[in-house]
Design a protein around this ligand. Structure first.
Ligand code: ZN
Length: 695
């Protein structure tokens, strides 16, 4: 729709813009972000015809408008909500709004109709329509300036610094209106100093510095780019933990140099794939001998498979080994797979067994040391340093989660705040008082906290930069929402299971595209869950793990039931560690529906792509008397989305599900925030077709 090519502008002899290129497509919200004096206002003035560019071209709908006058630009459909609002204080709200339509010479009826539309978007303005604009609050004046621009029903709405000088709560309100405008199809160019806000409210962004576009791309990607974050959003330090907030609020590029510190390195020592493979082979040989000699259960299993420690000569010999499953752990209760004498065991942990006996795992001191070291590696990969304050909101006790997060955090030298799950009031208080910079929890708990932070309007008083979350799947929209409500925090998905030490056996890197896993501590195979044969690299299958140095309860080809896939090749982040995709689901909670295998995550993906939908949903499966299966999806509308849009949204979702999953479902749209949130894993699938628990 709008195309700016190689635009230059001068103020006298001083050049303000240096060959700027920028494009906006119809319906897009594009952010132009930059500090004071970067050239943002100059660019807007060129667009509106208020100053004449000294070079380059501006075209609107393929029509050259480079030297058009302001009046021509308004007639062509541009409307500006200027910096500093510029409302007429001596005129009433109503009169100010009427001014917005004057250049268009509308009929009385049309003018009144547009006025009603503006009022329906800004009910506060309607309440105050007879009041003088000068007596309105800053936020109301901003609404008035936006309302005035909307009176022209612009094809392109230019918003110049809408959050400037507004309190955080009011800024929230303004941005939620911008969000609604954007969703209703208005094309918007949003000019902002508040980088975090602008990036979370837009599809695409351009960063302007000293008259040059220095960076451009999808806003979500820019928001999570670690280099940009540190350059533009500033870095927190011990002396000033709020610096990242200050930076985010003003893009003032506050950078505090970190003091020199002896930071340990927890990354692996191997430098090539060959080196890793020979390390793995040595570990595999050790593990098979250790299990064979230390555990009667393993000896029986190995003998039944006709394998002795001597049979392991290459990594391919892994295929000869028998599988271990959750059943082996339950049957061996209370000390299954124990391969060392009791005097060497220093701790046990147990996982939540939903049925039957819990899975209990024994640890030697070396096991705990290894776990601590590779958990520290997780923090290192997420960029956590001794300057960070890590608020740990996962379960402590017999569960492995809390312990792992705690030990790794202390090993890195960061400050641990061990709160445990729940306790929302205390969590918020500590976020504010301790200025915690990292928050660890399940995805559901992170969402719960994010919504609470939003509700209390404290997003700009907390200092969270990173959220490390694990133990359940999360949709793209859920991640985006958590990040946004936490004021633009970076999310890291961490993997792990109690059987394999605990959490921390892999983590998402700064590229946010994959999970790096610790190939120097365990071998990962991806197998077809039906045939148990390896799938080709890049294809989905079940994760099967074999430990390389675990003493207390080693794992040989343990079937995790987690579904993922290998990602071949080296990660752009530079790490040599191998990687897999985020966990897609469980090989045992795949929904079989009318002959179609459905992973709940594919429903996540479909819903994430439909605007107007929140991140929470439930899948209910029932069977009628005729033996026919029914799937009903209960889905939350996004915050602020009118219930009137229900039929339109249902239609779109139903269509996408039919198209992508080839099944028909019943849909129920419910109000935002009406489905339960939990501090632990949210239950999404309610399968009422089979009454008995499947063991
Ligand atoms: Zn990476």
């Amino acid at each position: 729709m709008l195309k700016i090519q190689n635009l230059t502008a001068h103020y006298g002899a001083a050049q303000a813009l240096f060959g700027v290129n920028l494009e906006i497509a119809k319906g897009e919200t594009v952010a132009l972000v930059g500090a004071n004096g970067a050239g943002k206002s100059t660019l807007l003035k060129c667009l509106m015809g208020l100053i004449k560019p000294t070079g380059g071209q501006i075209s609107l709908d393929n029509k050259d408008t480079t030297n058009s006058s302001p009046a021509q630009m308004v007639r062509l459909g541009l409307a500006l909500s200027p910096e500093g609002r510029e409302v007429f204080g001596e005129l009433s709200v109503l009169e100010n709004l009427q001014l917005g339509a004057i250049p268009l010479k509308l009929s009385k009826g049309e003018s009144a109709r547009r006025m009603d539309e503006v009022f329906s978007r800004f009910p506060k303005l309607q309440e105050r329509r007879q009041q003088l604009a000068g007596t309105l609050s800053g936020g109301e004046q901003q609404m008035l300036a936006m309302g005035r621009a909307l009176m022209a029903q612009p094809t392109l709405l230019l918003l110049d610094e809408p959050s400037l000088g507004l309190a955080p709560l009011i800024t929230d309100e303004i941005f939620s209106i911008i969000h609604q405008l954007s969703r209703s199809g208005t094309t918007i160019l949003l000019v902002e100093q508040n980088a975090a806000r602008a990036l979370s409210a837009s599809d695409k962004a351009y960063l302007l510095a000293n008259g040059h576009i220095v960076e451009q791309g999808k806003s979500a990607k820019l928001l999570n780019d670690p280099v940009l974050r540190s350059a533009f959003l500033g870095a927190a330090s011990e002396a000033n933990p709020a610096a990242s907030r200050l930076g985010a609020a003003g893009l003032t590029n506050i950078r505090l140099e970190k003091p020199a510190m002896q930071q340990q390195n927890f990354m692996p020592t191997f430098t090539s794939e060959e080196e890793l493979k020979s390390h793995q082979l040595a570990g595999l040989k050790w593990t098979v001998r250790h299990a064979y000699e230390g555990s009667s259960v393993y000896r029986q299993k190995l003998e039944a498979a006709d394998v002795t420690p001597e049979s392991i000569q290459s990594l391919e010999d892994l295929q000869k080994l028998p599988f271990t499953t959750a059943d082996d752990l339950r049957e061996g209760y209370p000390f299954p797979l124990r391969s060392v004498p009791f005097e060497q065991i220093v701790r046990v942990h147990a996982s939540s067994g939903t049925t039957g006996k819990r899975k209990v795992l024994s640890y030697t001191q070396k096991d705990l040391d290894d776990w601590t070291d590779f958990f520290a590696r997780c923090y290192q990969m997420a960029g956590v340093t001794p300057l960070d304050r890590v608020q740990i909101a996962v379960g402590y006790g017999v569960w492995t989660a809390g312990m792992g997060f705690q030990l790794g955090c202390e090993k890195v030298g960061a400050l641990a705040v061990p709160v445990g799950p729940g306790n929302i009031d205390m969590q918020i208080q500590f976020l504010l008082d301790f200025q915690s910079t990292v928050f660890c929890s399940t995805a559901s708990m992170a969402l719960l906290m994010a919504e609470e932070i939003h509700k209390r309007g404290v997003a700009d008083q907390i200092a969270i930069k990173k959220i490390i979350y694990g133990s359940e799947r999360s949709s793209r929209s859920m991640r985006q929402k958590i990040s946004e409500l936490f004021g633009g925090a970076e999310l890291f998905d961490i993997t792990g299971l109690t059987e394999l030490y605990g959490p921390g056996t892999g983590i998402e890197c700064s590229e946010h595209d994959c999970i790096h896993y610790w190939g120097d501590y365990y071998i990962l195979e991806i197998l077809d869950p039906e045939t148990l044969q390896p799938v080709p690299d890049g294809e989905w299958g079940e994760m099967v793990v074999t430990t390389l140095c675990k003493e207390g309860a080693p794992l040989i080809r343990y079937r995790t039931r987690d579904i993922t896939r290998m990602i071949p090749g080296r990660c752009p982040c530079g790490s040599i560690l191998p990687r897999h995709s985020r966990i897609k689901g469980r090989s045992d909670d795949t929904i079989k529906f009318r002959g179609v295998n459905i992973y709940p995550s594919s429903i996540d993906t479909i819903l994430s792509a439909v605007p107007g939908i929140g991140s929470e949903y439930q899948i209910h499966l029932t069977r009628d008397n005729a033996g026919r299966d029914h799937m009903r999806l209960v889905i939350e509308r996004a915050e602020g989305v009118d219930s009137k849009r229900g039929p339109e949204l249902s239609h779109e979702i139903g269509h996408q599900i039919k198209k992508q999953l080839l099944v028909s479902v019943e849909l129920e749209l419910v109000d935002y925030s009406s489905l339960p949130r939990s501090e632990r894993k949210s239950q999404r699938v309610f399968d009422n077709r089979i009454q008995d628990e499947i063991v």
